[in-house]
Ligand binder design. Structure first.
Ligand SMILES: [Zn+2]
Ligand SMILES: [Zn+2]
Ligand SMILES: [Zn+2]
Length: 365
């Protein structure tokens, strides 16, 4: 092999790897199959399942052209073929002809597979077949697909990762996209196990170490193969919120929570230790105005000192906040550069601005 051919081979392999398993930089530049073909693929938001059926098929065909591309480049570079007429297939020697045949066979095989997938409105595609196993008897894979499409359109889904390697959790499904496939499992059927963590000491995103979690998703549905989802530890609490089932921990795994998660845990513990506020019978409790999800469940009562002593001021507001939102509010009023002082800090009441401390937050019973 000549020097030029060797350089070409290395360069071609590098570019191919970037196309098949694009690094994040490539994806953010838009150099992916789905961006190039966005017109054909349609909108992921409108029709999530069809979009990925088409995307995986297009990816397969595109990748099957890579050997042929390599062959053509090598042919043009080789010393034997100085003018284009020498490159005609019937003028080549037997090795070149055999290689050309294999490249074409690889591509034709991919096209045949794609045509097979496409038959009967895509119902032979692996994604459609997986959905068929999820469909209750009497229902079709298309009914499952439209239920996923509807849930995918909701804004409260959990997503993380780059396009083409994304984790999506909707109200009843957990999915992971891959180059030729989308893993799909029904939330009711799954067991999740945190199987390992990876630590990266330095990243361009933060000065602190970054921790990634590997969570294995196994389904009681025997047609669904287990798959691993990988996410940043700081996204763990958002993921848990969207899941119906708990995540089992393998032994020795410690999750490094984000600073605000750790503070919220300590905050809740402190509130649990404080005195409680007994709700008078005539007091009506409304939903927390921070999250509108839970009933207001904390009241500020000055307990840290005598009523007229110290820095804190009594608050006479009716309960309007839940413990979690009060914790977030408290954290947001602290010096963000000195988290070690947060537990001993003070905050104004979100409504009347009366100053309070951690000891003045009472759970309502
Ligand atoms: Zn709240
Ligand atoms: Zn107040
Ligand atoms: Zn106080």
């Amino acid at each position: 092999m000549s020097d030029t051919a060797a350089i070409y081979t290395v360069a071609y392999i590098l570019i191919s790897v970037c196309l098949v398993a694009p690094p994040t930089e490539f994806v953010s530049l838009g150099l992916t199959v789905q961006n190039v073909l966005s017109g054909y693929l349609g909108s992921e938001d409108l029709n999530f399942i069809y979009y990925h059926i088409k995307r995986t098929t297009a990816t397969l065909i595109f990748h099957s052209l890579l050997p042929l591309g390599y062959y053509i480049g090598l042919l043009l570079l080789s010393d034997k073929h100085t003018n284009l007429a020498d490159c005609l297939p019937w003028k080549l020697d037997i090795y070149w002809q055999l290689s050309l045949a294999s490249c074409i066979i690889i591509h034709l095989a991919a096209v045949t597979l794609a045509l097979y997938w496409h038959r009967k409105k895509w119902s032979n595609h692996p994604i459609a077949r997986t959905l068929k196993y999820h469909a209750p008897s009497g229902s079709t894979w298309m009914a499952m697909a439209s239920s996923i499409n509807v849930e995918f359109r909701r804004i409260d889904k959990f997503t993380t990762g780059v396009l083409g390697r994304r984790i999506i959790v909707t109200d009843s499904w957990i999915m992971k996209t891959a180059a030729y496939y989308v893993h799909i499992a029904h939330q009711q059927d799954i067991h999740l196990t945190l199987t390992g963590t990876e630590e990266h000491d330095l990243s361009h995103e933060s000065y602190h170490g970054v921790q990634y979690l590997n969570i294995t998703v196994t389904s009681i549905n025997s047609h669904v193969n287990p798959f691993v989802i990988r996410l940043n530890a700081t996204e763990y609490s958002d993921l848990k919120e969207k899941l119906h089932s708990p995540i089992r921990m393998a032994r020795d795994v410690v999750i490094k929570q984000s600073l605000s998660d750790r503070f919220l845990d300590a905050f809740k513990k402190q509130v649990d230790e404080n005195d409680v506020f007994v709700k008078p019978p005539d007091m009506e409790l409304e939903p927390c105005i921070g999250c509108m999800q839970v009933t207001a469940n904390v009241k500020l009562v000055k307990l840290c000192d005598d009523l007229t002593e110290g820095d804190c001021v009594p608050c006479y507001c009716r309960p309007m906040w839940c413990r979690e939102c009060m914790g977030k509010w408290f954290a947001s009023r602290q010096d963000q550069s000195a988290p070690e002082n947060w537990m001993s800090g003070k905050s104004p009441c979100p409504t009347c601005r009366a100053r309070f401390c951690m000891l003045d937050i009472c759970k309502i019973v």
